[in-house]
Structure formats: structure tokens, C-alpha cells
Design a protein around this ligand. Sequence first.
Ligand SMILES: NC(=O)c1ccc[n+]([C@@H]2O[C@H](COP(=O)([O-])OP(=O)(O)OC[C@H]3O[C@@H](n4cnc5c(N)ncnc54)[C@H](OP(=O)(O)O)[C@@H]3O)[C@@H](O)[C@H]2O)c1
Length: 211
Amino acid sequence: MTKVGIIGAGHIGSTLARGLAERGYEVVISNSRGPETLADLVADIGDNVTPATAQDAAAAGDIVIVTVPLKNLEEVPVDPLAGKIVLDTNNYYWERDGRIEALEEKRTTTLGMLQEHLPTSKVAKAFNHIMSADILTTGSEAGTPDRRALATASDHPEASALVTALYDEFGFDTVDIGSVAESWRVERDQPAYVIAQTKDELVANLARATR
Ligand SMILES: NC(=O)c1ccc[n+]([C@@H]2O[C@H](COP(=O)([O-])OP(=O)(O)OC[C@H]3O[C@@H](n4cnc5c(N)ncnc54)[C@H](OP(=O)(O)O)[C@@H]3O)[C@@H](O)[C@H]2O)c1
């Protein structure tokens, strides 16, 4: 059984934990305050989920999801994530995260910040442009007309391939944007951000993005 470590147990972390546990993954989930504060969430999800520290969730996961506010990115443990595929749901909200110069000046992307923090990990964008409430409710079987699509990006093809397979399990088609450097196309305030769209519409919206 694939183990998924999750760093962050808020809207997205808890939703993905539930969806992954339902799909037979073994989930190890963490927040900033410690495993004991996750007792209610873990009890509510039921099987296949264990609470842990961020360090232990990072170490336990065959793959790991980072889903904390961007301002807390530097706190994500580095060593236990070495060499692993790490999925990045994060977005930049200056109102929450404070002004981040490198993003404001378009010198990096939110995904680029995580790749820089985790230089030997294989980071990929995942589930960043869908509202948490839509993740378990708007998916559908492959081949369904108007199936919703989500984007990914990575410098590591095996990481994008993993996200593509995971999106399909959650009921979504995938559009692969390409590199970390191009991942700004699916960031906040771009046309593809948090709207329901088909694969063709997502391709068009990514093409319409402006830096
Ligand atoms: N909400 C959405 O619909 C949505 C959709 C797409 C993408 N996103 C993006 O995904 C990220 C997470 O969003 P969210 O809405 O899930 O945030 P959230 O509800 O505020 O939850 C954030 C979680 O991160 C945890 N955390 C903070 N620092 C940590 C650390 N050092 N180690 C471990 N856990 C830490 C918090 O733990 P404590 O509870 O202990 O503080 C909390 O569980 C953000 O970048 C957001 O912009 C959100």
C-alpha cells in the first residue's frame, strides 16, 4: 500500500487525507501543533490514517503532500524528503503570507520556491487551483463528457505522471503545463484559477495566462 505523508491538515490537507484514505492509501498526516491535535480528524476519517509530526509524516511518505500556508514553507522538513516526489498545493496570498519579493518581481513561482527549499526532491504542482470543497465532489469517471481537468507542472516527468494518475483516481483529467518555471500559468488570479473547466478549456485558459 502506498504511504502518503501530508504536511498540513487544514482545508486541503484534511480533504486529501480523507480522499486518499477512501482510495486505499495509507495516510500519515501532520499539522504545526502536534499529532494529539489531530485526534478528531483522524477518528472522523476512520481507517488508513495516522497522525504524526511533520518530520515523521515526511519520513513515512513514499510520496508527500505539502499543503501549508506559503509563509510557512521554510518550516517544511528537508532531509526526510530527499529524493521523494513532493506534491505542492500552495498558492500565494500576500494578505496572508506577507509580500514575497521574488514572486512579486516574477523571479520565481510558488512551485519554484518549494523546489528551491527541497533541492533534491521532485516537486510537482497538484490540487492548487481547485477549492477544497470541490475536490471530493466534482470529479467524475474518465470519459465523462465535460469531465473537470486540473493542471500540474514539474521538472520531473515521473512526478507529473504520478499527479496525472492521482487526478484520474479523484475523477479529473490532467493538463501538464511543463516545467516549474512555467507553473505561474496556474497561479492565483490567472484565468485557470479555481474555476471548473474541461481539458480543452484548461488548455485555452493556460494559454491565455499573462505574467
Ligand atoms: N483552501 C482551499 O480551498 C485551497 C485550495 C487550493 C490551494 N490552497 C492552498 O493550499 C495551502 C493550504 O491551504 P489550506 O486552505 O488547507 O490552509 P489551512 O486550512 O490554513 O491549513 C493550513 C495547515 O497547515 C498547517 N501548518 C502550518 N505550518 C505547518 C508546519 N510547519 N508543519 C506542519 N503543518 C503546518 C496548519 O497547522 P495548524 O492547524 O496546527 O496551524 C494547518 O493544518 C495554501 O497555500 C493554500 O493557499 C488552498
